[in-house]
Design a protein around this ligand. Structure first.
Ligand code: AMP
Ligand code: ZN
Length: 469
């Protein structure tokens, strides 16, 4: 079975074929480390992790780079306000970012380049662009990309050059007067002592700092080569950031920069994009403080297809919790089966579910159908358990399938629960004994004592078991 992905550039679902043997080279635009990332950012990173794991599930190996934007207006402003070095300002947010990624079970990738470590590579690209006539120096010393020189500019975002009213650089007004064309964007921003204080780099074009777009082109090509397979980001990166990355990279090398462009729709709050500037955001830490787990947040973020907007609500996290609980309860039930079944009732449903799950992922990561296959199987296996038709061997096969799926989802409650303490197990034993003797006042008292210690009793056909509240 072949994996297909929706390519923003061609607007088609295309079969994924790696350029180099079976190895996919993937670049994902990472966080600007000037504050804690919000869960809108993490929707994009959780999807990119799902994509990475899906590629592995389909037999590819993946070499991935996710950049850390540590040079931009916001990091510089923050460092200047605190009167500290740029890396002293960004370091705590870099550390927090990796902690959050771990809490969300996001697989570490091969490269996490920070812009500050790739200045010579950026300067080198700008020199080539100047030499080839794709760039020019403005009167105030900044270097700009001349988008008229790149005829296919707009091919990713499907915008015609003459319709481009939007300022492709996001530069401030002072820069506007310095450019030949409003849509040209900055490659190297000349040093401005009033705004930049102690933060600048030396270059052949004078003191200054790189523009945001050249950062990604330089890091992607240095680490993954001139032509990479997949490039991802949130949908807001599509224009101008990714369009500019193409113009810069292809302007330098003359060869195709990216073969598959993949963009993630936004996480919304009250139907508006979750963002720092609107102040309508939650960090992962906010949700952990409210008592939710990383697993629950991950489940919520990945369970809506990536090309559909997702409106965030706390109720969504409660629903994620009960979905995971339902899967966890079945997994626990499967683990407790000790008997053999006379006939094999499970292999049929297991094989069907495995095929449906993989087929769904192959179709541009159709996560809703993949999860539907999973929950149908949960229902079928629960029914077999109720009828005592599931033996230890079939239960083992089911657990194996959940494990395989979890290599992709990284969210299933597969860790064996901690054993309850001795004292708690003794209370359960007393309660069982009281029930056998029909001494219900004692059994109720034991139940209450367990509740007070944070344990619920579940009576199953295999006997009573403890569940942590
Ligand atoms: P930034 O730190 O603003 O550069 O954003 C880092 C990544 O998060 C980029 O790929 C953005 O497109 C993505 N992103 C930002 N806000 C959202 C959101 N509300 N939903 C999904 N992705 C987002
Ligand atoms: Zn980028």
């Amino acid at each position: 079975m072949r994996l297909k992905l929706y390519n923003t550039e061609t607007r088609e679902k295309e079969e994924v074929v790696a350029k180099h043997a079976n190895q996919i080279r993937m670049y994902t635009c990472g966080p600007t480390i000037y504050a804690f990332a919000h869960i809108g950012n993490f929707r994009t990173y959780v999807f990119e992790d799902l994509l990475r794991r899906t590629l592995q599930f389909f037999g590819f190996s993946v070499e991935q780079a996710m950049n850390l934007t540590d040079i931009d207006d916001k990091t510089i402003r923050g460092a200047i306000a605190k009167k500290i070095a740029l890396n002293a300002y960004t370091e705590p947010y870099r550390i927090a970012f990796f902690e959050d990624m771990k809490t969300l079970s996001i697989q570490p990738v091969e490269h996490y380049p920070a812009a500050t470590a790739y200045i010579p590579e950026m300067i080198h690209l700008i020199e080539i662009l100047l030499k080839k006539g794709f760039a020019y120096k403005g009167d105030r010393g900044s270097i700009y990309y001349k988008i008229k020189q790149f005829p296919s500019y707009g091919r990713l975002s499907h915008l015609a050059l003459e319709d481009l009213k939007v300022n492709a650089s996001g530069a401030n007004e002072a820069d506007e007067y310095d450019k030949e064309n409003a849509s040209d964007f900055v490659l190297w921003k000349a040093y401005d002592p009033e705004c930049d204080h102690h933060i600048y780099w030396e270059s052949p074009f004078g003191r200054g700092r790189p523009g945001w777009h050249i950062e990604c082109s330089a890091m992607a090509m240095k680490l993954l080569g001139a032509s990479i397979d997949i490039h991802c980001g949130g949908i807001d990166n599509l224009f101008p950031h990714h369009e500019n990355e193409i113009a810069q990279s292809e302007g330098c090398t003359g060869c195709r920069f990216v073969r598959y462009w993949v963009h993630v729709e936004h996480l919304l709050v009250d139907h508006k994009k979750m963002s720092k500037s609107l102040g309508n955001f939650y960090t992962l830490r906010d949700l952990l403080h409210k008592g939710y787990t990383g697993q629950e947040v991950r489940y919520l973020l990945l369970s809506t297809h990536y090309r559909t907007q997702l409106n965030f609500q706390m109720a969504g996290l409660d629903a994620a919790r009960s979905s995971l609980q339902r899967i966890g309860d079945l997994i626990q039930r499967l683990r407790e089966i000790r008997t053999f079944s006379a006939a094999d009732y499970a292999t049929g449903p297991l094989e069907r579910a495995a095929l449906l799950f993989k087929t769904a992922l192959a179709d541009d990561l159709n996560i809703s159908s993949a999860l539907a296959a999973l929950f149908d199987l949960v229902r079928e296996l629960n029914a077999l358990c109720d009828e005592q038709k599931l033996g230890v061997q079939e239960a083992g096969k089911a657990l194996e399938l959940f494990k395989q799926w979890d290599a992709v989802l990284a969210v299933l409650p597969l860790q064996a629960p901690e054993e309850a303490p001795e004292e708690v197990r003794a209370l359960l034993e007393k309660r069982e004994e009281a029930r056998r003797q029909k001494n219900f006042s004692v059994s109720d008292a034991m139940r209450d004592a367990l509740l007070a210690r944070g344990y619920l009793i579940e009576d199953t056909p295999q006997g009573a078991r403890l569940k942590k509240r």
